[in-house]
Ligand binder design. Structure first.
Ligand code: GTP
Ligand code: SPV
Ligand code: MN
Length: 645
């Protein structure tokens, strides 16, 4: 035992705070650093002990969330060569993942409930659901126990207490993530509120148990690899009935930052259904018009379809103000007045880098060049980063790709197009507090009142720039039939194919889509509920040359302006087969030239017929006989409207 302890001490690579302690974990003595394990609640202590016994880390560190700790973690990552400091910016770092670990992996993501139909709808015989993967909890436990057995050998187990939502807010929820990745600790420190202050508010509250391992144990003396991971054994598993998450084999993004999609969407959506609220894949934005009227909107677009960019919008119509509340996730509850109020449970941006520049998203460019970790972007010889769509580098600057290939700038234009310098899912991880235009209520424990919800996706054809749903039920139908081109945000989805992605939640449902639809529909039965209006937008329609017709980004405000005027009851909408669209001349296109508005609003009968046929087939395959009747009625009504075109 003494030998073990001495070995642990010798291996101690994390910073050595004044207090080094020993704790008995199972039959072993382990060095522990940071906050004393003994000060944690008995429930947390036993959670840590059980997992440490299984994962067999060399030592344990309980995060206190201090500056000093954060610095030490970054130092550690740099010493291991896993992070590189970027001298061009202020306190920014660069990381490269393994080529096999660059995005979420949907096929290996599971929701484990005792009854299968609680996790995924019953599909037509022979059809594999695209709405999530289910496994019986004991079977999954068996598989995971084998994977996790000894998986942290040679590494430190970090215990991260974190709050989703402002610490102490009645709307917030607490998680404890165990991880063997310092990169994950550094990222969680940006994306969530972590540390001792969270523990202090914990009391007897329940917490979500999160265990994460890169799945790459080190034998004694074995040298670590640059980016440890284990893609062959990857599994991202949610147990909603136990408030538990177990993730193995990946160290990047939503696979490993468990507060984000795993907790704030998959687990939280099940809690939300139980408690009568919503946990959604939505941005939250405050907009103030030139008359000074302020409204909040929420928007659900699938991964890499424009949430962060809309959340950071820079108005192009004079007199407007746009302030950010959140860019990815909204937790929404009704208040006593029946108003739906949203909080952003996160504390940072984990944003897509490519496409971001001073014109498309000046506010992101003001936010990300201090205290930020960049992952899988390209790196430049002047100590900075670069990605496709960013302003060109100076002529003498050399570009190294996300895979470490040097002198990318010397490739031919064709080669550069075929082998992008930055991975398309490369991201910045930056504290939200650095955003220059945060809404004054961004951290309000009561949340902000939502007046309109926008659904949308990447639709190169068929779908107009905007249409409005005619009722809450129609709005739920609009969310249910959402489709979008696949993007690089998921590793295993074929890019450019148009997939169904209802409510932008396909990869993030924590419970069956059928029950989810029923839950959404039921909100209108709430006495006194003042429901937001629901719109569908499409920034991504293309012309015959494959070019986006709509300029997008800041210009999207023009579309939202129309929607908000609809919220004010203005008579500016005409019926159309899909829904209400702007009466001619009511969408503000002042100072905007060269945009084919007709092409943006065109509804083509053949295209729409194909589209509804596909939607009907989708429901028949994925949830035969289970689509709530009001939604089938909406689909039938839409078919009827199209047939009359
Ligand atoms: P996740 O973080 O994966 O959930 O993605 P997101 O929904 O936040 O998407 P994001 O705003 O990061 O945008 C993804 C990509 O779409 C980026 O390359 C953007 O530059 C691009 N994009 C965003 N908004 C627009 C738009 O209005 N028009 C066009 N053409 N591209 C856009
Ligand atoms: C998404 O894919 O929607 C993301 C990135 O926001 S990740 O956190 O990896 O899920
Ligand atoms: Mn985003």
């Amino acid at each position: 035992m003494l030998l073990q302890a001495t070995r642990s001490l010798l291996r101690l690579r994390v910073y050595q705070p004044a207090k080094l302690r020993m704790a008995t974990i199972g039959s072993r003595y382990l060095t522990t650093t940071g906050v004393s394990i003994k000060t944690l609640s008995p429930d947390i202590q036993s959670f840590v002990e059980v997992q440490a016994k299984l994962c067999k880390p060399d030592q344990i560190h309980v995060c206190d969330g201090s500056e000093e700790e954060s610095k030490a973690i970054l130092e550690h990552l740099m010493k291991d060569g896993r992070l590189e400091k970027l001298p061009k910016y202020n306190n920014c770092y660069y990381a490269q993942t393994a080529p096999a670990d660059t995005a979420r992996v949907e096929k290996q993501t599971f929701v484990c409930t005792s009854k299968k139909s609680d996790a995924v709808p019953d599909t037509k015989p022979g059809v594999v659901s695209t709405l999530g993967n289910w496994m019986d909890p004991p079977e999954m436990d068996k598989q995971l126990d084998e994977k996790f057995d000894g998986c942290m050998q040679g590494r430190t187990m970090y215990v991260i207490p974190y709050s989703m939502g402002p610490i102490g807010s009645p709307l917030s929820k607490i998680g404890i993530q165990l991880t063997d990745s310092e990169y994950v600790v550094a990222s969680m420190n940006v994306m969530t509120r972590i540390g001792k202050k969270v523990i202090d508010t914990l009391g007897k509250d329940e917490f979500v148990k999160c265990v994460h391992s890169v799945g790459y144990p080190l034998k004694s003396g074995e040298k670590d690899v640059p980016w440890p991971c284990n893609p062959g054994k990857l599994a991202v598993v949610q147990y909603p009935e136990r408030n538990e998450i177990r993730s193995f084999g990946s160290g990047y993004g939503g696979n490993s930052l468990l507060g984000k999609k795993c907790f704030a969407l998959r687990i939280a959506s099940t809690i939300a259904k139980r408690e009568g609220w919503l946990a959604e894949h939505m941005l939250i934005l405050a907009l103030t018009n030139p008359e000074g009227k302020k409204r909040y909107i929420a928007g659900a677009f699938p991964s890499a379809c424009g949430k962060t960019n809309l959340a950071m919008l820079t108005p192009t119509i004079p007199g407007w103000k746009a302030e950010c509340v959140g860019d990815d996730i909204a937790w929404m509850r009704f208040d006593d007045d029946g108003k739906l109020r949203a909080i952003n449970p996160e504390y940072g941006f984990f944003g897509v880098a490519p496409g971001t520049n001073k014109k498309s998203n000046p506010n992101a460019m003001k936010t990300v060049f201090h205290n930020t970790v960049f992952t899988n972007t390209a790196k430049t010889s002047d100590g900075g980063v670069w990605w496709e769509g960013m302003e060109a580098c100076a002529n003498d600057v050399k570009v190294t790709t996300w895979q470490g290939k040097e002198n990318w700038q010397d490739l031919s234009p064709e080669e550069r197009r075929d082998t992008p310098a930055a991975h398309p899912n490369s991201r910045f991880c930056a504290p939200i507090k650095q955003y220059p235009l945060l809404d004054e209520n961004w951290e309000s424990p009561d949340g902000v009142p939502i007046d309109a919800i926008f659904f949308g996706g990447r639709r190169p054809d068929t779908i107009p720039l905007i249409y409005e749903s005619s009722s809450w039920t129609h709005g739920v139908f609009v969310g249910a039939q959402m489709k979008s081109e696949a993007t690089a945000a998921a590793a295993d989805m074929k890019s450019k194919s148009v997939l169904h992605d209802p409510f932008a939640m396909r990869p993030f449902f924590g419970y069956s889509f059928v029950q989810y639809l029923e839950h959404w529909l039921s909100l209108q039965d709430r006495p006194g509920a003042k429901l937001p209006k629901i719109f569908h937008v499409n920034w991504f329609r293309k012309d015959s040359n494959g070019k986006f017709i709509w300029p997008g980004f800041g210009e999207n405000l023009r579309v939202i302006d129309w929607a908000l005027r609809r919220c004010d009851g203005e008579d500016i909408a005409d019926p159309s087969p899909l829904g209400l669209i702007p009466k001619p001349g009511t969408l503000n296109v002042d100072e905007l030239s060269g945009v084919d508005m007709e092409a943006l609003f065109k509804q083509n009968k053949t295209e729409l017929e194909e589209d509804v046929k596909d939607t009907q087939m989708y429901f028949d395959r994925e949830l035969p006989g289970q689509l709530p009747a009001p939604l089938q009625a909406e689909l039938d009504a839409l078919k009827d409207r199209i047939s009359k075109m």
